[in-house]
Design a protein. Sequence first.
Length: 70
Amino acid sequence: MSLKRWHKNGWLKPHKTTPSQIAELFAIVDRDLADAGSESLSIDWQFGIAYNATLKLCTILLYAEGYRPE
């Protein structure tokens, strides 16, 4: 299913992305991946933090295509 179809279904909204927004999201990804490597956290927390980094990467892709999640 295309992003245009997702937009038509109401799952995405058009979004004008700035370079600083992308940079901020990459900073969150970097922070989360570093935190996920902390052995002082349980495996569950490490997974949750790494999962959050993955969600931010997906957001970056959507932003780069001119959309944001609804």
